[in-house]
Structures are given as structure tokens and as C-alpha cells.
Design a binder for this molecule. Structure first.
Ligand SMILES: Nc1ncnc2c1ncn2[C@@H]1O[C@H](COP(=O)(O)OP(=O)(O)OP(=O)(O)O)[C@@H](O)[C@H]1O
Length: 620
């Protein structure tokens, strides 16, 4: 079992009894309404005996007063266990069966479990049968050599995209998406089915941190490079350039004339934020060194001059990475920018096609459609809203989903801190600070990757409201924690700097101190005995770095080194749970989520998410 034993700490292998105070409990303390035990084990909690209710066998004796609940009147409906609305038959709505992928019995939320989550069903179902079929299809692929990619693209995967990794194997989403986007079978042979080849709209959906970026990028770069090799205008330009190099003349230089692709990229990748522009843009740039194509990234983090220079460089542009806001404003003044686009990727499609972004993204898709060969939407979740949008707008879209879509991997464990208990008494900030100190203290007890040095733990704290980020970060700083706040008000350039240490995959270390500051309770005034005058000297927690953020930090950011995610607020939906917890446990790594549960939080929802994670079940 992955679950740690009761006696061990949530963060390390040391004894929970040594925690001062033992605030984080695993399993979390039980309350009447919240059990953290997996459903599969017999619960130690027993329900209170059901109230005695009249049943037909226990019908009141003749002459006794009739059952009041059956009476009509203003109080007739009170304390009933079922609605019993007359005339409403208990049947499944006919549209449920028509929604394409009707869930199989095992996946069917109606089959049991997820009582609280059923109320807010946020995600589109993917049937058990569909998941099994996909698993079988990808079983045989064990190398990128299975895919009919250009050799230069294949070699760039190991040398540029995943440098220093031995024997790189494609991830499930890459095994599914790459052959589909290349129009080849999973075995590498070209597909015989015309219907499959003609499909030009794709939805790639897979768990967070599963390598979706490479899944869409490699076939897109392959297509761009192939198109360049077949483009007569470009070949002619290259030929004249070569001739000029061989025999310089007095005529205007070919290299000074605009390249045929100047200001008219062949592939565009849309992402929601400037950080993601930088992340994906850097990966594209890395590919371009080996595959030899021209790429550019533009976002509001760059000045107008830089954006213009990159777009209209005389050397041309093949792949552009940008945000919908910026691209649509450029397209308004220069519609030509979309005139040659053959491949349009909408990454984080559930965000970019939701109500806020949808008008912009849809408009870009419309304008690019005449030249478009492939539209690729990519997401870690398929919310019901996206599902409905796709059914209306792209009824023939090919859905490339992984078997574990919407399941948070079992290697990510979710702990619960009850904020209402002693000594927090409803003080969430204190509970958060104490949790971070506990993580730091546990890490300080062992050597990090460098002998004699402590591992610096990078911790993400997610809040629901933008205003809370600064408030929480400020509080943590008063408790000696190195915390910063990241929200939409943070200047773009500063955002990238802040995220840098959380996206670095290399370990961070700090010199081991002779005496670690210990627990928060040892040296913080919150724990001053009543009447004590001078607070003890506050000490700094030397081996943690904390970023307090909203959903802004939960989408797409590749925080490989983050092992701990604290959910300061209970997320509003399973979609937010998936994305926020998805910042840890990426690409097969282990991770821990800690959710702080207060008086007004949905404990039942937390319990069900945790239970679903324990069982490796897809959330609904
Ligand atoms: N085949 C592979 N083998 C090993 N590592 C890989 C492989 N493919 C991608 N990676 C690495 O996995 C990490 C996560 O990849 P990526 O950012 O594409 O995930 P994602 O699925 O887009 O996540 P999210 O949904 O959070 O955006 C990256 O650091 C990437 O370099």
C-alpha cells in the first residue's frame, strides 16, 4: 500500500509522535462528517443508529394516530428521506445515453461513490471500455523510432528536448498522439483508413505532467519541416542565397530581401500566459537548433519593438508561440499573420476555450481555417463546458485521450490538516505556516543531494482568490518563511523570475546549520504563554522556498522539482484539484498535496477526492 502507516509523518519517514505539535495527522483526525479512510477498508466509524421510521411492517395499530409525515399541509414534506415527487419516474434522461461516450458500469458515477462530487459533476466522462482499448493499442510502442518522424526531429528529442536522459521512452500520450497527428498507425505504418487521414481536428487530453507538449510539438515540427522542403518558393529563395554566397554580385543581396515566411508563420502555438510562452517557446527554440527552422515567442513580457522584430525578421518565421490576446490584436492590424497557418495548436484548451478566452481563441481559429491543415487542442482536463463546445463546434474532432485521464496519480498523496483543531482554532495562516515548517524541519534532518547540505524544498501554496495571495505570503514572511506572492497583478517579467526557481529541475541546497530552527512553535510568538512580555527571537526557516499563487500558477507550468503543494483553500471543482495537485508528481515523480480544511469547507468533497486518488479512480 502506498499509504504511510499511522505512526509515520506525512512528509518523511520520521515518527509523527516527535512533531511539536503533532498537528498534521495521518490519517487526518476524524470528525463526525469526515472520514479519511479509503472506502475499501472497513470503517472504524459506525453510523449512528437510524431513527426509527415507520415501515409497512410496522404500520401503526388500528385506531392509532395516522403517520404525520404522510399528511398534506405546510409541514407535510419535512424530515423526509426521499423527495417522492409524484409523477416523476426514476429514469435516466434519454440524452444521457446519446452523449457519445456513455460511461461503462465501472466508470459510471451512478454506480456508486462520489456522492458529493456528483452534485458538481465538472468533467466529461470517458468510458472504461474506451480506456482499456487505448491501453491495448499503445502497449507495443517502446521507442520514438516507432514513429515516422524526420530523423532530425527524432534526434532533437534526445539531444535538445530531453537532454541527459538515457533510453527515452514515449509517454502514453505521446504514443497515442504522435502517430495520430502524423496520420500513421500506432505501429508506424501509414493508415489505410481515409477517414482517419482526413481528420484535421484533434483533442489531446492526458494527465498533468505527462508530456503533452512533446506530443503535439514533434509532429507539428515534422510537418513544418516537411512543408518547407516541398515549398518551391522557399527552395527558390534558398537556391538564390546559395548562388549569391558562391558568387557575390553588386545586385541587392538576397539575404536582405524578406524571406517568404516573414510575418506569416506556418505553425502557431497558443498558450494562456506569458510564462507558458517562455516555457514552450524555449522548447521550440531548442528543437530549432537541430531541425533547422525559425521560431519566435512573443508575449506581453516583450516590448513592441522586440515583438515586431521577431515577427517580421527578414530571416522568416516558421513556428510562433504566443497568447490569444496578443495574436488577435496583431491579426486585427495585420490579417496576413494568419494567412499561411497550416498547424494551429491551442494548449490549455479548457482555459483558452472557456468563456473568458473563447471569443478571442475562436476568432483566431476562424481566421486561420482557410489554410489550416490541423487544429490541435490540448488539455489535462475535459470539462463539461469544453465537451459541449466541441460537440457543437467540432462534432468530428478526434479525441486522443490517455487511459488515466482525470485521475490524479497514486504516487501523489493527499494529506488533510483540520484548521479547526488545536492549536490553530480556525487560523488557516497559522496552519499553513506550521505545515511549511514541518516540511522544512523534516528535510533538514537528512542530507540533501549534496553531502552536508540540506535540500531546499520548493512548495506551492494555492489560494482561490487573487487578493489572498499577498496576504498569505506576508503572513508567512512574518513567520520566517521565504514566501512570495504571484498573481495577475504581478508584472510579467517579475512572474517569470519568480517561477524560475520552481521550474528548475536541478536540486537546490542550503548549508546545513548546526541547529535547525526546529518547529514553528519553538520560536514564534503565536505560542507565547499568556502574559509573557518579550517574544522570543524569531528564526528563519532556511530550507524552503514558497510561492503563494492562484490558478495562474496551476496551468501548464512545468514544476518538476516541486514535491509539496498546499491547497490553502479547498478548490472550487475537481478541475482545479487536478491542475493544482498536478504541479507535483510530474513525469513519474512522487508528490504530496496537503489540503487545509476549515469550518466552511466541503470536507465531503475533499474526502471523496482523496478516496478517488487512493483508488486511482478518475474524478468526475
Ligand atoms: N518521453 C519523456 N520521457 C521523460 N520525460 C519527458 C518525456 N516527455 C516529456 N518529458 C518531460 O516531462 C515534463 C512534463 O512535460 P509537459 O510539460 O509537456 O507536461 P504536460 O502534460 O503538458 O503537463 P501540464 O498538463 O501540467 O501542462 C517535462 O519536463 C518534459 O521535459
Amino acid at each position: 500500500m502506498l499509504r504511510p502507516k499511522t505512526a509515520t509523518c506525512l512528509f518523511c519517514s520520521f515518527n509523527a509522535a516527535r512533531h511539536q505539535p503533532a498537528l498534521l495527522q495521518w490519517p487526518a483526525p476524524k470528525t463526525a462528517s469526515f472520514s479519511t479512510k479509503p472506502v475499501s477498508r472497513p470503517s472504524r466509524m459506525s453510523l449512528a443508529p437510524a431513527r426509527k421510521v415507520n415501515t409497512p411492517e410496522q404500520s401503526p395499530a388500528e385506531g392509532a394516530r395516522p403517520n404525520r409525515r404522510k399528511q398534506d399541509g405546510p409541514f407535510g414534506g419535512m424530515n423526509l428521506k426521499e423527495a417522492n415527487i409524484r409523477g416523476v419516474p426514476e429514469r435516466v434522461s434519454p440524452s444521457y445515453g446519446k452523449r457519445g461516450s456513455r460511461p461503462g458500469r465501472k466508470d459510471d458515477p451512478r454506480a456508486g461513490g462520489f456522492k458529493a462530487l456528483k452534485m458538481q459533476r465538472a468533467l466529461a466522462p470517458v468510458s472504461y471500455g474506451q480506456r482499456t482499448k487505448i491501453k491495448e493499442r499503445i502497449r507495443e510502442i517502446d521507442s520514438f523510432d516507432h514513429f515516422p518522424l524526420l530523423d532530425s526531429v527524432k534526434s532533437a528529442i534526445s539531444t535538445q528536448a530531453l537532454p541527459g536522459m538515457e533510453g527515452v521512452v514515449p509517454t502514453p500520450v505521446q504514443k497515442i498522439a504522435i502517430p495520430a497527428l502524423l496520420g500513421s498507425e500506432a505501429t508506424g505504418r501509414r493508415s489505410k483508413s481515409k477517414a482517419v487521414e482526413e481528420k484535421k481536428e484533434f483533442l489531446i487530453a492526458a494527465e498533468t505532467g505527462s508530456g503533452k507538449t512533446l506530443a503535439y510539438l514533434t509532429p507539428t515540427i515534422h510537418a513544418v519541416k516537411k512543408a518547407e522542403m516541398e515549398d518551391e518558393e522557399i527552395q527558390e529563395y534558398n537556391r538564390r542565397l546559395e548562388e549569391e554566397k558562391a558568387a557575390p554580385s553588386l545586385a541587392p543581396s538576397v539575404s536582405e530581401m524578406p524571406h517568404p515566411t516573414t510575418g506569416r508563420p506556418r505553425a502557431i502555438i497558443l498558450v494562456p500566459t506569458a510564462e507558458l510562452v517562455a516555457q514552450v517557446g524555449n522548447l521550440v527554440k531548442a528543437f530549432s537548433h537541430t531541425v533547422k527552422f525559425r521560431s519566435a515567442m512573443i508575449s506581453s513580457a516583450f516590448s513592441g519593438q522586440v515583438i515586431r522584430n521577431r515577427l517580421f525578421s527578414p530571416r522568416g518565421i516558421d513556428v510562433l508561440v504566443t497568447t490569444p490576446h496578443l495574436l488577435s490584436s496583431i491579426a486585427d492590424s495585420d490579417p496576413n499573420i494568419l494567412s499561411r497557418v497550416t498547424h494551429l495548436v491551442v494548449d490549455e484548451a479548457d482555459s483558452l476555450l472557456d468563456r473568458g478566452f473563447s471569443p478571442l481563441s475562436s476568432n483566431i481559429i476562424d481566421r486561420a481555417t482557410p489554410s489550416l491543415q490541423q487544429l490541435i487542442l490540448c488539455s489535462a482536463t475535459i470539462p463539461r463546458s469544453l465537451d459541449n463546445y466541441l460537440r457543437n463546434r467540432f462534432p468530428d474532432i478526434r479525441r486522443l485521450v490517455t487511459p488515466n485521464l482525470h485521475a490524479i496519480p497514486r504516487r501523489v498523496q493527499l494529506g488533510v490538516v483540520d484548521v479547526e483543531r488545536e492549536p490553530y482554532r480556525g487560523n488557516k495562516n497559522l496552519a499553513c505556516a506550521d505545515t511549511i515548517w514541518t516540511v522544512g524541519k523534516a528535510a533538514a534532518e537528512h542530507d540533501g543531494p549534496v553531502k552536508g547540505e540540506m535540500d531546499v524544498k520548493r512548495i506551492l501554496v494555492f489560494v482561490n482568490e487573487r487578493d489572498t495571495t499577498q496576504e498569505v505570503a506576508d503572513y508567512l514572511v512574518t513567520k520566517g518563511i521565504d514566501a512570495i506572492a504571484l498573481n495577475r497583478d504581478t508584472p510579467e517579467q517579475r512572474q517569470t523570475e519568480m517561477l524560475a526557481s520552481f521550474t528548475l529541475s536541478t536540486p537546490l541546497t542550503a548549508p546545513k546549520e548546526a541547529a535547525h530552527p526546529g518547529s514553528l512553535s519553538d520560536n514564534q510568538p503565536n505560542y507565547l504563554p499568556f502574559g509573557q512580555s518579550a517574544p522570543p527571537v524569531k528564526r528563519r526557516l532556511p530550507n524552503t522556498k514558497v510561492l503563494v499563487t492562484t490558478d495562474l500558477g496551476s496551468r501548464g507550468i512545468d514544476t518538476l522539482a516541486v514535491r509539496h503543494v498546499i491547497l490553502y483553500d479547498v478548490p472550487h471543482s475537481t478541475i482545479d484539484f487536478i491542475h493544482r495537485l498536478g504541479r507535483t508528481g510530474r513525469m513519474g515523480r512522487r508528490g504530496r498535496g496537503i489540503v487545509l480544511v476549515g469550518k466552511h469547507d466541503r470536507r465531503d468533497v475533499v474526502a471523496e477526492v482523496r478516496d478517488g486518488m487512493y483508488k486511482g479512480q478518475a474524478l468526475i
